[in-house]
Design a protein around this ligand. Structure first.
Ligand SMILES: Nc1ncnc2c1ncn2[C@@H]1O[C@H](COP(=O)(O)OP(=O)(O)OP(=O)(O)O)[C@@H](O)[C@H]1O
Ligand SMILES: [Mg+2]
Length: 424
């Protein structure tokens, strides 16, 4: 980056199908690294129904906000940009370019998550580009497969029409291949396309875990596992967008990464914490008691199904129709590989056992219960309940997604692992 670059930030407020300009964001290269600046527009501040882009770090105010975290990108904006998969596609299309955080944000497709949109002029965001339908799934899957082969250095006769299909990227986050597709009602779904190295039929496991989570009292989006080009592929209904008569409504979205005010360095991992997230939910949620208890339930569930990839971009809050916030439906529930039968660690701090704060075990989970407003007895009874449902129903959920006995065998190691009941 050699010079300043900027964008207007547009939002779709609850109940509206059109965007209004909310702020101007500028990214400036400085000797100390990229510096991001954000100023809310006067007209936005004067509007009664306006909402902050981030209630914790960007409250509605006339001040200029600055940040040097995440390459100068505010978390609320960064959440609207693609991650590894989407970035790989963008970079592939423009080799040799020196990408800034703002470039990724602006060049990604507008099927991005949440209610924010972007554009160079104040009169409106850059219009949304092509939207894929269910009929395109097969070609999208083939394109993703081809791109992964190419990225792995295999000699692939890359057909231009196939490669172009995913470019620009869906704008959604995450490392795995994916695309956004719209159904006949105008509702968007995330299609998580098969990834190379999927060892345990991920689509089936993910579908089974979503079903199992729902049985455990965890809110999830609707999902279906389809056979696309001979391979199971999971589609999950987008919880941030819904069809409306003229267009669609979009809901605000903030990851836990943003709420926790995190940067992207390895050192920041020390601050990845369910306990801190519970405190933030208490501050901003419309239903703080329900949301913190559900967060506890999700943490317990993740430990009991070995979902150890529960990092802070796999948790989010979502804007409500009345301008508030709720914990979003759970997503990205998968069985991680695990080396040990008695020591499995969640990605985030989930308890207070000294030196073992990430340990996914009953003892550690109960030890942090007061952060969720629970007594030890209440925490223990939630754990008993989730464990009973998980152990009784996981195989039925795998089969409900078309999984076989072998699929069950493949993930048996992940369910209610031995060390869960060990004492520290
Ligand atoms: N049902 C949904 N509705 C709206 N947004 C979603 C939904 N599911 C996922 N997302 C968004 O898309 C992003 C990527 O999805 P997901 O986490 O499932 O993908 P992934 O590639 O498996 O991620 P990871 O890199 O964590 O493995 C999420 O971080 C979230 O912002
Ligand atoms: Mg994810």
């Amino acid at each position: 980056m050699t010079s300043k670059a900027s964008t207007f930030v547009f939002v779709q407020l609850p109940g509206s199908v059109s965007s209004v300009v909310a702020a101007r964001y500028e990214l400036e290269p400085t000797a100390a690294g990229p510096l991001g600046r954000l100023v809310y527009g006067r007209s936005y501040l004067e509007r009664l129904e306006s909402l902050p882009l981030d209630p914790v770090h960007l409250p509605l105010s006339e001040v200029e906000f600055t940040t040097t975290k995440i390459g100068g990108m505010f978390g609320a904006l960064r959440d609207a940009a693609p991650d590894a998969w989407g970035r790989m596609i963008l970079e592939r299309g423009r080799p040799g370019r020196n990408w800034t955080e703002l470039d990724y944000l602006l060049e990604a497709s507008d099927q991005r998550v949440g209610a924010l949109r972007f554009g160079p002029r104040p009169d409106g965001p850059t219009p949304r580009d092509r939207v894929y339908t269910m009929e395109d799934l097969e070609r999208l899957s083939e394109a993703a497969e081809t791109l992964q082969a190419e990225a792995a250095g295999e000699a692939t006769p890359l057909r231009a029409d196939v490669a172009d299909l995913l470019d620009p990227s869906s704008g959604l986050g995450g490392a795995r291949p994916k695309a956004s597709v719209v159904d006949e009602r105008g509702q968007l779904w995330v299609a998580k396309l098969p990834a190379r190295g999927d060892r345990r039929v991920n689509a089936v496991t993910e579908g089974a875990y979503l079903g199992l989570a729902a049985r455990c009292g965890i809110r999830v989006s609707r999902s279906r596992v389809l056979n696309v080009a001979g391979r199971p592929t999971i589609l999950v209904e987008r919880f941030d967008q819904a069809p409306a008569r003229e267009a669609e409504t979009r809901r605000f979205y903030l990851s836990a990464h943003t709420l926790l005010g995190l940067d992207e360095s390895v050192l920041d991992r020390r601050e990845w914490s369910y306990l801190e997230l519970a405190h933030l939910l208490r501050r901003i949620s419309d239903e703080p008691e329900l949301d913190v208890i559900e967060l506890f339930r999700r943490m317990v569930f993740n430990a009991l199904v070995t979902n150890l990839d529960d990092h802070p971009r796999n948790h989010a809050v979502i804007g409500t129709a009345t301008g508030g916030w709720r914990l979003s439906p759970a997503f990205d529930l998968v069985a991680s590989s695990a080396a040990s039968a008695d020591n499995r660690e969640l990605a985030m701090i989930c308890g207070a056992v000294p030196g073992r704060e990430r340990w996914g075990s009953r003892a550690n989970l109960v030890s942090g219960c007061r952060h969720f407003g629970l007594t030890s007895d209440e925490a223990a009874s939630i754990i008993d309940e989730v464990k009973a449902v998980v152990t009784a129903s996981w195989q039925a959920e795998v089969r409900a997604q078309g999984g076989t006995d072998q699929d069950c065998k493949n993930i048996a190691y992940a369910i209610a692992y031995e060390g869960f009941e060990l004492e520290p």
